[in-house]
Design a protein around this ligand. Structure first.
Ligand code: DQA
Length: 147
Protein backbone atom coordinates (compact mmCIF):
# COMPACT_ATOMS: atom_id res chain seq x y z
CA UNK A 1 0.00 0.00 0.00
CA UNK A 2 1.23 3.51 -0.82
CA UNK A 3 2.58 5.46 2.11
CA UNK A 4 2.37 9.26 2.46
CA UNK A 5 5.05 11.72 1.52
CA UNK A 6 6.28 13.41 4.68
CA UNK A 7 6.65 17.19 4.29
CA UNK A 8 8.82 18.32 7.15
CA UNK A 9 9.18 22.03 7.93
CA UNK A 10 11.71 23.43 10.36
CA UNK A 11 12.03 26.44 12.65
CA UNK A 12 10.16 29.70 12.16
CA UNK A 13 8.15 28.38 9.22
CA UNK A 14 5.10 28.52 11.52
CA UNK A 15 5.41 32.30 11.12
CA UNK A 16 4.97 32.26 7.34
CA UNK A 17 2.67 35.00 6.13
CA UNK A 18 3.86 37.52 8.70
CA UNK A 19 7.59 36.71 8.83
CA UNK A 20 9.68 38.86 6.45
CA UNK A 21 6.97 38.77 3.72
CA UNK A 22 9.37 40.51 1.32
CA UNK A 23 11.54 37.36 1.52
CA UNK A 24 9.06 34.55 2.18
CA UNK A 25 5.80 35.89 0.69
CA UNK A 26 2.39 36.23 2.27
CA UNK A 27 1.25 32.62 2.06
CA UNK A 28 0.77 31.09 5.52
CA UNK A 29 1.90 27.61 6.56
CA UNK A 30 -1.77 26.53 6.50
CA UNK A 31 -2.08 27.86 2.92
CA UNK A 32 1.04 25.91 1.99
CA UNK A 33 -0.32 22.74 3.59
CA UNK A 34 -3.57 23.07 1.57
CA UNK A 35 -1.63 23.71 -1.60
CA UNK A 36 0.47 20.55 -1.03
CA UNK A 37 -2.60 18.44 -0.22
CA UNK A 38 -4.30 19.58 -3.47
CA UNK A 39 -1.20 18.89 -5.58
CA UNK A 40 -0.62 15.47 -4.00
CA UNK A 41 -4.28 14.56 -4.43
CA UNK A 42 -4.11 15.41 -8.15
CA UNK A 43 -1.16 13.02 -8.45
CA UNK A 44 -2.83 10.28 -6.42
CA UNK A 45 -0.49 10.74 -3.44
CA UNK A 46 -1.06 11.49 0.21
CA UNK A 47 0.99 13.92 2.29
CA UNK A 48 1.74 14.19 5.98
CA UNK A 49 2.60 17.88 6.51
CA UNK A 50 4.37 18.93 9.72
CA UNK A 51 6.31 21.82 11.26
CA UNK A 52 8.45 22.03 14.36
CA UNK A 53 10.87 24.51 15.88
CA UNK A 54 12.70 21.70 17.72
CA UNK A 55 15.64 19.94 16.06
CA UNK A 56 15.11 16.70 18.02
CA UNK A 57 11.48 16.50 16.96
CA UNK A 58 12.46 17.03 13.32
CA UNK A 59 15.01 14.19 13.62
CA UNK A 60 12.33 11.94 15.16
CA UNK A 61 9.94 12.72 12.28
CA UNK A 62 12.63 11.90 9.69
CA UNK A 63 13.16 8.56 11.46
CA UNK A 64 9.39 7.98 11.37
CA UNK A 65 9.29 8.78 7.63
CA UNK A 66 12.06 6.22 7.11
CA UNK A 67 9.59 3.40 7.76
CA UNK A 68 6.18 5.05 7.36
CA UNK A 69 6.73 7.25 4.29
CA UNK A 70 7.37 6.83 0.56
CA UNK A 71 9.43 10.02 0.34
CA UNK A 72 10.45 13.15 2.22
CA UNK A 73 10.25 16.83 1.33
CA UNK A 74 12.23 18.87 3.80
CA UNK A 75 12.57 22.57 4.39
CA UNK A 76 14.83 22.54 7.43
CA UNK A 77 14.82 26.36 7.73
CA UNK A 78 17.94 27.59 9.51
CA UNK A 79 18.79 24.01 10.60
CA UNK A 80 19.67 23.40 6.94
CA UNK A 81 22.81 25.40 7.59
CA UNK A 82 23.72 23.86 10.96
CA UNK A 83 22.23 20.42 11.53
CA UNK A 84 24.45 17.38 11.06
CA UNK A 85 21.82 15.51 13.11
CA UNK A 86 19.16 16.12 10.45
CA UNK A 87 21.64 15.17 7.72
CA UNK A 88 22.48 11.89 9.49
CA UNK A 89 18.78 11.07 9.96
CA UNK A 90 18.14 11.73 6.26
CA UNK A 91 21.17 9.65 5.22
CA UNK A 92 19.68 6.74 7.16
CA UNK A 93 16.55 6.86 4.96
CA UNK A 94 16.17 4.75 1.82
CA UNK A 95 13.26 6.83 0.54
CA UNK A 96 13.93 9.75 -1.85
CA UNK A 97 14.46 13.17 -0.27
CA UNK A 98 13.83 16.55 -1.91
CA UNK A 99 15.09 19.70 -0.19
CA UNK A 100 13.03 22.86 -0.60
CA UNK A 101 13.59 26.49 0.33
CA UNK A 102 11.08 29.23 -0.32
CA UNK A 103 13.79 31.81 -0.92
CA UNK A 104 16.83 31.51 -3.17
CA UNK A 105 19.42 30.80 -0.48
CA UNK A 106 22.26 31.47 -2.96
CA UNK A 107 21.34 35.13 -3.46
CA UNK A 108 21.24 35.73 0.30
CA UNK A 109 23.85 35.94 3.07
CA UNK A 110 26.90 33.66 2.58
CA UNK A 111 26.01 31.57 5.68
CA UNK A 112 22.87 30.40 3.85
CA UNK A 113 24.79 29.15 0.80
CA UNK A 114 25.70 25.82 2.39
CA UNK A 115 23.06 23.30 3.43
CA UNK A 116 23.99 20.08 5.26
CA UNK A 117 20.66 18.61 4.16
CA UNK A 118 21.63 18.81 0.46
CA UNK A 119 24.10 15.92 0.83
CA UNK A 120 21.15 13.60 1.51
CA UNK A 121 18.82 15.03 -1.13
CA UNK A 122 18.07 13.68 -4.59
CA UNK A 123 17.48 17.28 -5.62
CA UNK A 124 17.08 20.80 -4.28
CA UNK A 125 14.47 23.41 -5.24
CA UNK A 126 14.82 26.97 -4.01
CA UNK A 127 13.62 30.44 -4.87
CA UNK A 128 10.10 29.67 -6.12
CA UNK A 129 8.15 30.26 -2.91
CA UNK A 130 5.28 27.85 -2.28
CA UNK A 131 5.42 26.63 -5.88
CA UNK A 132 8.68 24.89 -4.91
CA UNK A 133 6.72 22.52 -2.65
CA UNK A 134 4.45 21.58 -5.57
CA UNK A 135 7.48 21.01 -7.81
CA UNK A 136 9.01 18.83 -5.09
CA UNK A 137 5.83 16.73 -4.92
CA UNK A 138 5.96 16.27 -8.70
CA UNK A 139 9.63 15.28 -8.51
CA UNK A 140 8.90 12.73 -5.80
CA UNK A 141 5.88 11.37 -7.69
CA UNK A 142 8.11 10.65 -10.66
CA UNK A 143 10.88 9.14 -8.45
CA UNK A 144 8.35 6.91 -6.71
CA UNK A 145 6.70 5.72 -9.95
CA UNK A 146 10.14 4.96 -11.46
CA UNK A 147 11.34 3.07 -8.36
C1 DQA B 1 14.54 28.94 4.31
C2 DQA B 1 15.91 29.59 4.12
C3 DQA B 1 16.73 29.51 5.40
O1 DQA B 1 17.99 30.12 5.21
C4 DQA B 1 16.01 30.22 6.52
O2 DQA B 1 16.74 30.09 7.72
C5 DQA B 1 14.61 29.78 6.69
C6 DQA B 1 13.80 29.53 5.50
C7 DQA B 1 13.63 29.14 3.07
O3 DQA B 1 12.63 28.43 2.98
O4 DQA B 1 13.91 30.00 2.23
O5 DQA B 1 14.11 29.69 7.79
O6 DQA B 1 14.71 27.55 4.51
Amino acid sequence: MAKPIFIINGPNLNLLGSREPEVYGTETLADLEQRCARKADALGLAVDFRQSNAEGELVAWIQEARSNGDGIIVNAGAYSHTSIAMLDALLACDVPVVEVHLSNIFTREPFRHHSYVSAAAKGVICGFGGLGYELAIEALASSISNA
